[in-house]
Design a protein around this ligand. Structure first.
Ligand SMILES: [Zn+2]
Ligand SMILES: [Zn+2]
Length: 374
């Protein structure tokens, strides 16, 4: 079939909407008609070359839509199902999956990095020329073909834009609190970096019954929004990790149990670490540059039993966590729709990214609904 998709030709280039060929789903694959796609900082990393991806490529990895066709052997979803898309189709068989760490599945990583589906080939092309997938999903498009394992069925009354964000930002933030940290009621939390992922973590902390929640950011507007979403205290970045951490410790009554770091900047990671109380943990979600190094004051690690926890995709088990996250949203306990501040058409994907980078948007969503349904 022919689809419109935003194609990126090279790092630093512009994403242009073009007509592509999308081949039908093969064994174990699904064709999804996309209705919404979140715009994520990871997409920008591919645009500007921070994350090298093969070109030409169709970006986007926070999609949701309706199953339009299935390949042979697909059992998880049926035609007509509403689905949220997960970029980690765990295999269930590798060493990590067997250790119940499906978000760290080692089988999917290689084809993902090559911009291919699980069998090492692409369903996207342009006049016979190969076009690459991105994180299996490529949701800056009207439709996509992807592994069955990327498709998580969702209730039909959940809005597609919210479901799309659950596929990455929301699960990454909420999961860091619920799954990586395992927050218990009353525990104190700091959120360092109040973008879409950080504020998702904040909503997760509120829903899980956190005690004092302290929001940290460089911009007043984001701190004000964090307060609206449930932060008890706000701390503007104080110029250094040490000064910022001191302010967080003061605001939290002596340090936090979990400091969730969502920027990927080493100075913010250090601030998170120094914000913790005894037995506290810095939970590092933000993706740093490949050459980044994080120096920590070593003595407090044994003396205070301070910890550093890495968290990718919120340690999420998509089949379990997407459903329960969306159920809490439906009951009004997780106001996830408040994270969506901007909507753009497919032609304006880059404008959405620019709004995100400028700190204007918390989350911008590409509206991909078929024209007659808008
Ligand atoms: Zn993402
Ligand atoms: Zn696996």
């Amino acid at each position: 079939m022919r689809i419109n998709a935003a194609v990126l030709e090279r790092a630093g280039g512009a994403q242009e909407v073009q007509e592509l060929d999308l081949a039908p789903p093969q064994a174990g694959e699904v064709l999804v008609r996309l209705h919404a796609s979140g715009i994520c900082h990871s997409d920008q990393n591919a645009v500007d070359g921070t994350d090298p991806v093969p070109f030409p490529s169709v970006l986007g990895h926070e999609g949701a839509g309706v199953v339009e066709a299935i390949g042979p052997g697909v059992r998880r979803v049926a035609v007509g199902d509403h689905v949220a898309l997960s970029w980690m189709p765990s295999c269930g068989e590798c060493a990590e999956c067997l250790r119940e760490l499906p978000h760290l599945c080692s089988t999917a990583r290689v084809p993902m990095g090559l911009g291919m589906l699980l069998d090492g080939t692409s369903r996207l092309s342009r006049d016979g020329e190969l076009v690459h997938h991105y994180s299996f999903i490529s949701s800056f498009a009207e439709a996509c073909v992807l592994p069955e394992g990327c498709c998580v069925p969702i209730p039909a009354d959940v809005p597609f834009d919210v479901a799309g964000l659950v596929g990455c930002a929301i699960s990454t933030g909420i999961g860091a609190v619920w799954r990586t940290a395992g927050l218990r009621p009353g525990e104190r939390v700091a959120i360092v970096g109040c973008g879409g992922v950080g504020l998702s973590a904040l909503l997760g902390a509120v829903a899980a019954g956190a005690g004092t929640i302290v929001a940290v950011d460089t911009t007043e507007r984001k701190l004000a929004f964090a307060s609206e979403l449930g932060a008890d205290e706000t701390v503007p970045w104080a110029g250094s990790p040490e000064a910022t951490a001191e302010a967080v410790r003061a605001a939290s009554g002596g340090g936090v149990d979990y400091a969730i770091e969502a920027t990927g900047r080493p100075e913010a990671m250090l601030a998170a670490f120094l914000s913790t109380r005894a037995r506290g943990a810095a939970v590092l979600i933000g993706i740093p540059r490949p050459d980044a190094v994080l120096p920590l004051p070593a003595l407090s690690i044994p003396r205070m039993e301070r910890r550093v926890l890495g968290s990718i995709y919120g340690s999420t088990y998509p089949e379990r966590d997407f459903a329960l996250t969306l159920e809490l949203y439906r009951r009004g306990r997780l106001p996830l729709d408040r994270l969506i501040t901007h909507r753009v058409p497919l032609e304006q994907v880059q404008r959405g990214l620019d709004l995100l980078l400028a700190g204007e948007a918390i989350r911008a969503v590409v509206d991909l609904r078929p024209k007659e349904r808008r």
